[in-house]
Design a protein around this ligand. Structure first.
Ligand code: SF4
Length: 456
């Protein structure tokens, strides 16, 4: 295959090889596990980064590869992993990540788009993951700062394009080719002009437009909203409650009362929607079995008070994410049992429970919290079936130093830390994090402050 001609490891690429680059939220949060495969990583918003990246690529065409990479590293938001060296202690603790020479910046700051526009679909096709739907990004980030939330913390500040100049023109573009509009964003209904948008879409000429919206904040739901949504063939509303326990909601900074949750469910049914999906989480730090029982109790009470509304609980395991105040917490093994408790208590009462796989949450955490020492594991997974068992096996193989497949490398990557340490351990606040050299929207001191605040 032609792609095999490009060496997998960036260190092995030469003058005739292309510059391999990547970007997006996963790489912006923690690019380190994939860093040895990429020449350049774009940290932050594409609107901002892509034009400068492309210009610099053009302007440096004549340079030798290494000089070109060094020039790219001078552009804000462009991270060239090869120019940064991690140092480890004898016991394998990450001690520092420093540039190879003084001319390379010590840290790279994520770039934030502040213009009055967000993105929308440019290709609409029946073969897309969401077929024939025109997706419009309505807001970016979320001002709520739930302490586990990557969608909020990594993308701050909260941005909402103006209704007349950006949102309506973006939706109109799609209406010309499809009758299905999807509004995207971490907290769509928090757009300050969302009720005006609903009034606009509720005109007779758009009566055949079908609206879908991503998860909304329960406290923003009202009767007018659910009625207009249902008139536009939206059948279901999704709200994230995280936990039925008020203690846990306070701990994670989910500013949501039980009354608001009940009201959202009431508005859903009164407005004519058919179902309500609630998102929850188990395995949150400090959570105990009673908190999980409280989630089940809450769902059962909602069910009782909203007969006729189909209830679904989507529930995942807490996974720590870089650049959030909960990045230091590990995955709790109790989560596995707690997912089962919820299924057991709710399924028999007619509530649909959709638990995410606990075992896959472990792989999420592995990718979320690892450093470059995970790269040989990822390389070993190449060509094998992506199952949790195979991931574990690959990790053990590399841990046991059986890395003969890396012999062609110009450099050796030390073996990764124990599985338990990366996935389950609560890390000390003073630990050098794998993404230490990458600046998120908030300074590490502020994340520590938010972390400590949760414990008060
Ligand atoms: S309300 Fe939702 S999107 Fe906003 S910070 Fe909380 S979990 Fe994240």
């Amino acid at each position: 295959m032609e792609q095999e001609a490009i060496p997998l490891w960036s260190h092995n690429r030469g003058e005739s090889d292309p510059i391999v680059f990547g970007g997006g939220p996963v790489l912006t949060a923690n690019p380190e596990p994939l860093a040895p495969f990429l020449d350049v990583i774009l940290l932050g918003d594409g609107e901002h980064l892509l034009p400068t990246f492309i210009d610099t690529i053009q302007l440096t065409k004549h340079l030798q590869r290494i000089d070109r990479l060094k020039k790219l590293a001078q552009v804000p938001g462009l991270y060239v992993p090869e120019l940064y060296i991690p140092q480890y202690s004898h016991s394998g603790t990450l001690e520092s990540i420093t540039p190879i020479e003084a001319s390379i910046p010590n840290s790279i700051a994520k770039q934030t788009w502040q213009g009055n526009s967000l993105s929308y679909s440019t290709v609409i096709t029946p073969d897309a993951a969401w077929p024939n739907i025109h997706m419009v990004e309505t807001v970016r980030s979320c001002p709520e700062l739930c302490r586990f939330c990557l969608a909020s913390y990594l993308t701050l500040p909260f941005r909402s394009p103006s209704l007349e100049d950006a949102l309506i023109p973006a939706v109109e573009k799609g209406i010309n080719v499809t009758k299905r509009i999807g509004l995207l964003g971490a907290s769509v209904t928090q757009h300050p002009q969302f009720s005006d948008f609903l009034k606009w879409i509720n005109q007779d000429r758009f009566s055949d437009v079908r609206l879908s919206i991503s998860s909304v904040r329960a406290s923003t739901v009202n009767y007018e909203m659910t009625k207009i949504l249902s008139q536009h063939d939206c059948r279901s509303l999704t709200i994230a409650i995280e936990s039925g326990s008020e203690r846990i909601r306070n701990f994670v900074n989910k500013k949501l009362t039980e009354e608001e949750i009940f009201l959202a469910a009431r508005y859903a049914i009164d407005g004519g929607l058919k179902s309500l999906k609630l998102y929850g989480m188990v395995g949150l730090p400090l959570e105990n079995d009673e908190d999980v029982e409280a989630t089940a109790d809450l769902l059962l009470r909602i069910k009782k008070q909203t007969t006729g509304l189909r209830l679904t609980l989507g529930v995942s395991t807490f996974v720590p994410k870089a650049h959030t105040p909960f990045q230091w917490y590990g995955v709790r093994p109790e989560a596995s049992q707690r997912l089962k408790i919820l299924s057991k208590r709710l399924k028999s009462k007619g509530i649909c429970v959709r638990p995410e796989s606990y075992r896959w949450s472990l792989i999420q955490a592995l990718i979320s919290r690892s450093d470059r020492r995970l790269a040989p594991v990822i390389a070993l997974m190449k060509g094998t079936k992506s199952s949790v068992g195979n991931w574990k096996q690959a990790y053990n193989t590399i841990r046991n130093n059986n890395n003969s497949h890396l012999k062609d490398q110009k450099f050796q990557i030390p073996i990764p830390p124990p599985w338990e340490e990366v996935i389950h351990e609560n890390w000390d606040l003073s630990k050098v994090l794998p993404w230490k050299h990458l600046e998120g929207p908030l300074k590490p001191e502020l994340l520590i402050e938010h972390h400590k605040k949760s414990l008060n």
